[in-house]
Design a protein around this ligand. Structure first.
Ligand code: A2P
Length: 337
């Protein structure tokens, strides 16, 4: 069978990647439809070597769409995803709009594909990019020995914020190298040659919304509300690829050898752990433009009897967003007889 697939937010960082992942993976499509706001309607986006004309979401009739991949922000999803679902499409939504809803599955393709079955609203949520890569790395450990607590600091690239943030990093860098000032418009302070301990909005408890996503989404995906998560989200001047310094406290002790075996057997994960200069993954050397979640710097925590440390890196636009959405779409079409 061939499907009609719509990409909502097709001119964005994630939308463009959705189109290229659909093309690369030869998703069986009879038609691919690119949608965005009226601002970019009429412009072209790439689908392989082909250009496809962007259409205005506001005036588009979703009838006949089989699968809709949304990545145009929460408010667009809230307004249009139910309309697409009502018209018969399966919606895979990359925004945070529905992630916490009990009747919307939140799925990492290699971790909890079974959750897809229960989607009464016809909407499936794609996890936050930071949670996504963390889950691929932690699911096998959690299944084996249980995770009691996760301490995590992220080093998140600017592509996670969108196209304008990437432009801001580029402009500020060029401007500063020319001994000119750096104007900050997307981020509250300069991002070039800097790090910013802030993602999303501040909550009453002092955490930010990006940090809180790691708490709620981890519990939902791993199906265990007892897991404790303490996160600090940091934006760094990297274009593609999020990194995470992860410190786990497991329920039962796990040895380094066992952890290594489990990680090596996890689909979608690649261990890069040589304990030598360069023998670890980084956004530039490993993650950017590639599919796997990379794990390195694996070690037992000397400060805790059930502690395990690791460094997790992945392309936030691919596995963190577009690739997982397409993998979920592949699981959806595989269900049908
Ligand atoms: P547009 O190019 O028309 O603004 P990013 O997160 O990389 O900035 O991308 C956001 C994506 O969401 C873009 O494709 C953008 O399209 C799209 N978008 C934003 N607001 C709307 C809207 N109101 N209706 C449709 N698409 C939208």
């Amino acid at each position: 069978k061939q499907y009609v697939v719509a990409v909502v937010g097709a001119t964005g960082a994630v939308g463009e990647a959705m189109l290229s992942v659909l093309h690369e993976r030869k998703f069986p499509m009879k038609e691919v439809i690119a949608l965005a706001s009226e601002r970019s309607a009429g412009s072209e986006v790439k689908f392989g070597n082909q250009g496809i004309v962007v259409r205005d979401l506001a005036t588009f009739d979703p009838k006949g769409v089989d699968i809709a991949l949304f990545s145009a922000g929460g408010s667009v999803s809230r307004e249009y995803a139910p309309k697409f679902a009502a018209a018969g499409a399966v919606v895979i939504d990359n925004s945070s709009a529905f992630r916490d809803d009990v009747d919307v599955p939140l799925v990492v393709s290699e971790v909890n594909p079974q959750a897809l079955k229960n989607r009464p609203r016809g909407i499936i949520a794609n996890p936050n990019c930071s949670t996504m890569q963390l889950m691929v790395a932690l699911a096998p450990i959690h299944r084996a020995v249980g995770i009691e607590r996760i301490n995590i600091a992220t080093y998140q690239s600017v592509s996670g914020t969108g196209v304008k943030a990437m432009e801001e990093l580029g402009k500020q860098t060029a401007s500063l190298l020319n001994f000119q000032g750096a104007e900050a418009t997307v981020y509250p302070v300069q991002i070039a040659f800097n790090v910013i301990p802030h993602g999303g909005d501040f909550l009453d408890n002092g955490y930010t919304t990006e940090e809180w996503k790691l708490v709620t989404e981890t519990r939902k995906i791993l199906g265990d509300d007892r897991i404790l998560v303490n996160a600090t989200v940091v934006r760094v001047p990297v274009f593609y690829g999020h990194s995470e310094a992860v410190h786990l406290e497991t329920r039962e002790k796990i040895t380094l050898e066992r952890a290594r075996e489990l990680l090596a057997a996890q689909p979608g994960l690649e261990l890069v752990d040589e304990r030598a200069p360069g023998g670890y993954p980084t956004p530039v050397t490993h993650a950017s433009g590639n599919d796997p979640v990379f794990v390195g710097r694996l070690r037992e925590d000397v400060s805790h009897p059930r502690g395990l440390d690791m460094w997790v890196v992945s392309d936030n636009i691919r596995k963190g967003a577009a690739l997982n959405a397409v993998q979920v779409a592949e699981l959806v079409i595989a269900e049908q007889p």
